[in-house]
Design a protein around this ligand. Structure first.
Ligand SMILES: O=P(O)(O)OC[C@H]1O[C@H](O)[C@H](O)[C@@H](O)[C@@H]1O
Length: 575
């Protein structure tokens, strides 16, 4: 069906709620919008599906949610009665329509007589991941668009291991969803009926308690944290989202006595009024935190995104100013802290493993190798880190130290199988507490690590390419670069190119097969000066991402080189 025919179908549908009809009337005046919103079906990316809250087949609304949930229901049907009895856990964040979509997904599953555990209120993504494992459900759904701007919403799906559904099942689910011919005809059972038969069960405090009990396992040295509680003042912001539900109890039980929330950002609000995008990657989200930190003389600011899977931090330097850290720097500090202290108390063995994505900093790998433990690279997407944890458990081969992604995602204890900002906040608090006990700032600690291992400095830039046009442009750009085999970037020789789509690796010895990764549209370049560069279209936002990681003796040199490489990439991507 072409975009115009699909539009007509939506215009004639009698089941559209008023807000969608109104939006449709206004937006459909724009031909480009119609092409984009109805020209294709919304797809599954790095983290399920994500899109603007608008009418259309390529958007997030009641009907695309219903269609995909119908796909999940059919996947569960295919797995038989046992799978239906185990059912699905559903949570949602603070965005517009999140609660409504969660309830609708519950009703669609309920129509298939699939058991549903629905959270009574908003909850963090990692708690949903935990709930899937705790309740032993067959799958999980989280209605969230994570850190995207307020106009977006989305749908993350979890498999029975609590990790985001791996491509094989996600593809089956999507294929089932594609078989739904009438998007408005998806059956949904009434809530009252589902409640009466206990097909739909509300969950909340019971799961909170179990999850919080596990969060206690994250802290490595509770005594140290407790003894230094008075030396550390943490400002915390949930950025108007789900972190608010648990942070207070999590910090308190972890021994952190001085945690002060940012009042304006502790109000649950789908407008995310104090931010442009509620993403701890951006400095502006820390502004109210800086102000409060200066008023109360705090050392550290911790921010979690609206579904509390990402965690960012800013730390006070010796000169009194705050430094916003990157996800790579936060991970480096946490990895070093754990390795050093585990070694010290004799618990570090060589079968511990650190897992990270191919576009994350090389420094934690270098440190891990120095401590004699194993390292493993995976593609972007925390589900791949989840798969590694599964492998370690199933094959009894390796112990999980931590997993991280440059995009502010960390996991230490795999009772959740997605990145967990609560775990990140507790571990980062512990790191801060440790440096405070030595009379140092966290930033001093980072300098110390850099002095020992050399400076790794990474910059990620996202170049926006919206709409169907943007997708085509990104595909063409990647194809062009793939065929060009760049031999230099900003004047420095390329010594190796890894192409994760054609699964080849080329260096001066010729071409080899690149094994161990699923096919993915990523190009990674290794340069003569120990720099790496990676390019890939994002799976969650309409952007192409350019990653640069440089290794230099000093911060100044590293920063300058990373910026220069990014500028060169910017030009390359414009051509
Ligand atoms: O770079 P993208 O494809 O946009 O993905 C960036 C991040 O998005 C989500 O948060 C996923 O859960 C992460 O695993 C991923 O790293």
């Amino acid at each position: 069906m072409n975009a115009q025919d699909a539009l007509k179908q939506w215009q004639q549908a009698s089941v559209l709620p008023d807000y969608l009809s109104d939006q449709l009337n206004t937006l459909s005046q724009d031909k480009g919008w119609v092409e984009d919103a109805f020209g294709q079906d919304i797809n599954f990316g790095t983290a399920g599906m994500r899109g603007k809250l608008e009418p259309g087949t390529n958007r997030i609304n009641l009907f695309t949610i219903g269609k995909v949930t119908e796909g999940l229901a059919r996947l569960i049907d295919e797995n038989g009665d046992e799978a239906k009895k185990r059912g699905v856990a559903i949570s949602f964040d603070s965005r517009y329509h999140s609660r409504e979509f969660a309830e609708y997904a519950a009703r669609v599953l309920g129509a298939h007589k699939i058991k549903v555990y629905l959270f009574d209120d908003l909850r963090p993504t990692p708690e949903l991941s935990f709930a899937v494992r705790y309740l032993k459900t067959f799958a999980g759904i989280n209605i969230t668009a994570s850190h995207n701007a307020k106009q977006y919403n989305g749908y993350k799906v979890y498999g029975e291991d609590g990790a985001q559904m791996a491509p094989e099942n996600a593809d089956r689910l999507f294929a089932y969803a594609q078989k739904v011919t009438d998007i408005f005809g998806v059956e949904a059972a009434p809530v009252e009926e589902l409640r009466a038969s206990n097909t739909l069960q509300l969950i909340g405090e019971d799961v909170d308690e179990a999850y919080l009990a596990h969060l206690k396992e994250v802290t490595f040295d509770p005594e140290m944290v407790k003894n230094n509680a008075d030396k550390l003042k943490i400002i915390y912001t949930p950025l108007h989202g789900t972190g608010k539900m648990l942070y207070d109890r999590a910090f308190r039980q972890g021994g952190f006595d001085n945690v002060i929330p940012v009042p304006s950002q502790s109000i649950i609000d789908p407008e995310f009024p104090t931010t442009i995008k509620p993403n701890p990657e951006y400095r502006d989200v820390f502004e109210p935190g800086f102000k409060l930190a200066n008023e109360v003389d705090a050392n550290v600011i911790i921010a979690t995104d609206p579904d509390a899977d990402r965690m960012g931090a800013a730390v006070r330097k010796a000169d009194g100013n705050f430094q916003v850290l990157t996800g790579n720097q936060i991970a480096t500090l946490m990895a070093y802290y754990l390795l050093e202290h585990m070694k010290e108390n004799g618990t570090l063995t060589s079968d511990y493993e650190l897992v990270t994505s191919i576009v994350s900093s090389a420094l934690p790998f270098k440190i891990a190798k120095d401590f004699g433990i194993r390292t493993k690279h995976v593609l972007t997407g925390f589900k791949y880190i989840g798969e590694e944890v599964d492998r370690m458990n199933k094959e009894n081969d390796g112990k999980f130290l931590m997993g991280f992604e440059e995009s502010y995602g960390y996991l230490f204890k795999p009772f959740a199988r997605d990145k967990d900002a609560m775990q990140g906040a507790l571990m980062f608090g512990e790191v801060a507490s440790y440096y405070a006990s030595k009379g140092m700032t966290v930033f001093d600690g980072l300098q110390e690590i850099w002095q020992k291992y050399g400076v790794s400095y990474e910059i990620t830039r996202a170049i926006e390419m919206p709409g169907i046009g943007g997708q085509k442009k990104m595909a063409a750009l990647m194809e062009k670069l793939r065929n060009e085999h760049l031999d230099e970037i900003n004047g420095t020789k390329v010594v190796k190119i890894e192409d994760f789509e054609t699964q080849t690796s080329i260096d001066s010895n010729g071409e080899k097969e690149l094994t161990g990764f699923p096919v993915s549209n990523v190009l990674k370049y290794y340069l003569e000066d120990d720099t790496w560069v990676a390019l890939r279209p994002s799976g969650t936002e309409p952007v192409i991402k350019a990653y640069v990681g440089v290794n230099k003796p000093t911060v100044e040199e590293a920063k300058k080189a990373a910026e220069d490489y990014q500028d060169a990439l910017g030009k390359l991507l414009k051509n």
